[in-house]
Design a protein around this ligand. Sequence first.
Ligand code: DCP
Ligand code: MG
Ligand code: MN
Length: 338
Amino acid sequence: HANDGKQQEGNPNARTIEILSEMQKYYEMTKDQWRSISYRKGISVLRKQTKKICTAAEARKLPMIGESLAKKIEEIVETDRLRKLEYAQLEPGDVALKLFLGVYGVGPSVAARWVQSGYKTLDDVVKNVRLTASQKVGIDHYQDFASRIPRDEVKRHGDIVMSTAANLDSQLQLQIMGSYRRGSKDCGDIDIMITKPGVSAQEISGLLDELIERLFEIGFAMCGLAMSRGRDDGSKWHGASKLLDVPTWRRIDLLVVPWDERGAALLYFTGNDIFNRSMRLLASKKGYGLNQRGLFKDILRGPQRQKLNDGTKVAGDSEEEIFEILGVPYRKPEERIC
Ligand code: DCP
Ligand code: MG
Ligand code: MN
């Protein structure tokens, strides 16, 4: 604003306002709307003060200024700088890389290319790059997808998918997986595994198509982001869903698996990813191969240890059996955090 400077002249909090405004611009640039807004509110309250605010306690008494902003005000008054801002300005490339990697559908190579091109903000990208449909959604809902989902909201998404599935086919079995099954109090996305007694890989993709169609019809599914249909190890769908009374779009992953692979899929989809890696490593040390389809033995390998065949499946329909064959005591989902 053109008259900002004038208003600040003679304002006892001018220096504090100047530094906080830099921080607010940084949050605006990184699309951290929530922080950006709370900084803006705090700054406008400071502008109205006729006395210099020196301590966190004084700041805390003002409207719109919370604990963390109050501490920063004190840090600025005491040190004439703000460490957080200096870190943010230190590695602008890193900041941009992190920002771009947070976009759904953007991996390390695309993110690095955008940084190389000199883009710093999501606006830069939107103006200059021809985006895929999924990347566009990823940018439009950047803040939505970056925010954690409270456990009870994950449950409510799960309940909707479950009742929709039950209407379609009462024999379908659904379970919420990932961090939710491990007991997390909030989750990055909603992971749901779907199977049905006796169902094979071939019958699966039709099931998933029908379910997704219904989820769109009831206004729960907002968009699809990725799909792999009818592969040997099942079909998956990545998308976004929303509750009627919550404005935030959430990331949701549906995975349909053949009945006789459900145990291995359960193990894989429960994670966490580091625990999965250690289980696979253990299996291979014991001469087995473990993946989301099952536990295999007698895998024929070539001179560079490359797989020549899939081997024979020794377990797949229960988690307990896989632990047992590997000689590891069973670990409850809540204990699979590495
Ligand atoms: N998984 C894996 N390796 C990957 C990605 C996933 O083993 N590279 C497995 C383990 C994960 C599960 O799939 O627990 C679900 O993947 P998510 O990315 O949804 O991860 P989480 O549900 O564990 O965590 P978040 O709360 O962030 O979604
Ligand atoms: Mg998850
Ligand atoms: Mn997931």
